[in-house]
Structures are given as C-alpha cells and as structure tokens.
Design a binder for this molecule. Sequence first.
Ligand SMILES: O=C(O)C(=O)C[C@H](O)[C@H](O)COP(=O)(O)O
Length: 212
Amino acid sequence: MTPRSSEDLFALAPVIPVVVLESADAAVPLARALVAGGLAAIEVTLRTEAALEGIERIAAEVPGAVVGAGTVTSPEQVRAAAEAGAAFLVSPGCTPRLLAAMRDSGLPALPGVATASEALALLEEGVSAMKFFPAEAAGGRAYLKSLSGPLPQVRFCPTGGITPQSAPDYLALPNVGCVGGTWLTPPDAVAGGDWPRVEELARAAASLRPKG
Ligand SMILES: O=C(O)C(=O)C[C@H](O)[C@H](O)COP(=O)(O)O
C-alpha cells in the first residue's frame, strides 16, 4: 500500500522502525525481516552514505515495504529521497524552506516539532501530523498528554528514546498515531546479518497495543 497521507502511515503499524544503514547491502534483507515481522513502514535515516542507495534497493526489491527517508534536514535531501523512491519523509525539526520542499515532493511527511509553538506554526500551514522529537528528552508522554488539551487536532509520531516498554503508554494517548524507534534494528544484529532476530523484534513491536 502506498501511503497518500500521514494518517495512512499511522494506520500501517503501531511502530515505525528507524533504521541506520552502514551498508546498502544490508538494506534488502533487513527490510524483508521487518516486513515479515509485520512492520511495513520503514524509515531509513539519511545519516549515512548508504542511506539513499538503501532506500532505492528496498523500494525496488521488497514487496510490501513502505520505505521512507528520515533525518531529512534540507530541500536537497527531500529531492534526493524522492528520486531514490522514498514513499514518505520524516524530519527532526522543520523550517519554512524544508516544509515547502516536502510539500513540493507530494509525499506524505512527518515534520518534526518539540514545542507547542512549533506545532502551531505547522498547524497554520495546514499540517496536522508531526513527529515529536526528541520524545523522551523533550518531556515524553506527560508533555504529549499536555499538548492534547489545547491542540487536540494534532497527531504525533513520538520518536527518540522510546522503548518496547514505554511504547504502549505513548500509544494509549489520543494524539499519538504511532511511535518510532531504533530498537528494532540493533547495530550488532544488522552488522552480523541476524535477520531472524530483527524479524522477532518486529513481530513483538507489530503486536504492541495501547496500554490500559
Ligand atoms: O534525526 C532524526 O530524524 C532521527 O532519525 C532521530 C531518530 O528519530 C532518533 O534518533 C531515534 O532514535 P532512538 O532514540 O534510538 O529510537
């Protein structure tokens, strides 16, 4: 399924795995393991040299995967990600230039915010789905719960410091669409090609439910 909106992304799974690829060769088996475990949406961060090629390979070779680009911080990166075949975009923060480029790409996006003012600025632009980053460091679940009072129309994907233990508490909030995290792809498992372990972690994450 190709997500047409950020709400579509939220509907794919309770967790978006955030993936740091040191080698493009790991991209396809890693994505296959995540999809086999039940996590279709995969965010490949543009923090490494291998990221764009990894996105390209996943988009071309892994049916069922919805691969997006994370750590998008410039209009140039938006264009490169779209060219590589990214199906969605995620950024840690947002600026007017970055938002304009995201819009121009036509791809669903989760621009990052960490405060009420930043969320209001995006709302003024008609954006109501956002990444909340860095979730734990910026105030965590309590902070997001506080935002749901004055800004009930915003839905967040909190990311940054989230664990399988804390994810169900976040998912229980009315303003959380899904959560993001790197715990699905431990660096040693990826480096060692331990795809069964990645699939197992994905399966556990795909079955996470809101607490309470
Ligand atoms: O800059 C970005 O857009 C990122 O990709 C930041 C990541 O969302 C966090 O680094 C997640 O990392 P964990 O806290 O290990 O789950």
